[in-house]
Ligand binder design. Structure first.
Ligand SMILES: [Ca+2]
Ligand SMILES: [Ca+2]
Length: 364
């Protein structure tokens, strides 16, 4: 049902960035040195040998949030509006998957448990009252570029509900996982990601854990690796180049999703914390959550998100936060490859640009 939900209520992540003639939002000029206090990592060593495929993130205190980075120029509206104020957060150390969960890893979970993902289940009229009967078929949402240039208002110009699209068939029933074992699993709803994590004895990261990990020990940088999108001209993440959404020129070496580990790891040894596929995190989404934490004063310790979700763009739609951006992110539309940027999505909606990774607390 993921796709139906998505079509009825709008695509997650970048959906509210739709724009055409909308004015760009120039963020207030802020001095990063004044806004971001130094990251202070915990100095305790890892509590033991690393679980397979995981790396140690030491935790500590850092400044969470984002400001408008100068080198992008004016950002699309709302790109960093929900990342303010930058506020002080502490997280305990934890183990984190080096990469997005791959198709091979997800297949092992399904083989062991017989789990059926949301996209593979046939939606019912009770679940989606008012939906046309022909829409009540299992499937998911697939990025489908239009053949000609389009205005950037109306994401349904490039998102299509595809019958039979699911994690085993990322492009629809005629596609499969041939050559994709090392690609991140996609078309996973929040509950699918949480089910995998529980089976593995882990959980999804909190939004704060994800951002601490993505920053890799650096302080207040615009990107996971520094303040330039392409230092020395080298792409450091799988994003979108060309003319969005029509032509992805793949200057970074990958058109569409790529296998994991195609770009250098960040300071903690984590791959694709920026780009490739968006990643579910555990927190409910509210655009004012950072303001809530800041109003409490002091340092927010191990924040786990608000008690419920609220997105003014789609009130009443339950949404969890997502992080990192995807192979579709571009400063023309959705510049959420910024390390402090946030995304969000309806909890039962997957898509072919959305996956996840897991974490394991140190005391486990
Ligand atoms: Ca790319
Ligand atoms: Ca990612």
């Amino acid at each position: 049902m993921a796709g139906i939900a998505l079509l009825l209520i709008g695509v997650g992540a970048c959906s509210t960035s739709d724009r055409d003639e909308a004015p760009t939002l120039t963020a207030p000029a802020l001095d990063p040195e004044a806004v971001f206090l130094p990251t202070v990592e915990n100095d305790a060593p890892p509590p033991g040998p690393a679980p397979a495929g995981m790396v140690w993130v030491p935790g500590g205190e850092f400044s969470m949030g984002a400001i408008d980075p100068g080198d992008l120029g004016p950002l699309p509206p709302d790109t960093v509006a929900d990342t303010r104020p930058v506020h002080r957060v502490y997280v305990d150390g934890f183990w984190m998957d080096e990469t997005e969960v791959t198709n091979a890893q997800f297949a092992a979970f399904v083989e062991a448990t017989g789990y059926v993902t949301v996209a593979e289940r046939t939606p019912t009229a009770e679940e989606f009252p008012g939906a046309p009967p022909e829409a009540l078929v299992a499937g998911s949402i697939v990025f489908t570029p239009p053949s000609t240039r389009v205005g950037l208002t109306g994401h349904l110009q490039w998102w299509r509900y595809q019958r039979g699209a699911d994690w085993r068939h990322p492009g629809g029933p005629d596609s499969d996982l041939t050559g994709r074992k090392s690609h991140p699993v996609v078309h996973v709803a929040y509950e699918d990601a949480a089910a995998y994590a529980a089976w593995a004895g882990r959980r999804l990261p909190t939004e704060a854990e994800f951002e601490f990990a993505a920053r890799g020990g650096l302080t207040g940088r615009a990107y996971a690796w520094g303040n330039a999108m392409r230092p020395h001209g080298e792409p450091l993440a799988n994003t979108f180049q060309g003319v969005f959404p029509v032509e992805d020129t793949a200057e970074d070496g990958h058109g569409g999703v790529s296998p994991v580990r195609q770009f250098p790891a960040n300071g903690y040894g984590l791959f694709d914390m920026t780009g490739n596929v968006w990643e579910w995190v555990g927190d409910w989404y509210r655009p004012d959550y950072y303001a809530q934490l800041a109003a409490e004063g002091g340092v927010a310790r191990n924040p786990r998100g608000p008690s419920g979700s609220f997105d003014p763009a789609e009130p009443g739609v339950p949404k969890r936060a997502q992080r990192g951006g995807s192979f579709l992110c571009t400063d023309q539309y959705c510049a959420r490859y910024l390390v402090g940027a946030r995304g969000k999505g309806e909890v039962r909606s997957g898509a072919d640009h959305l996956g996840f990774r897991t974490v394991l607390a140190a005391d486990r």
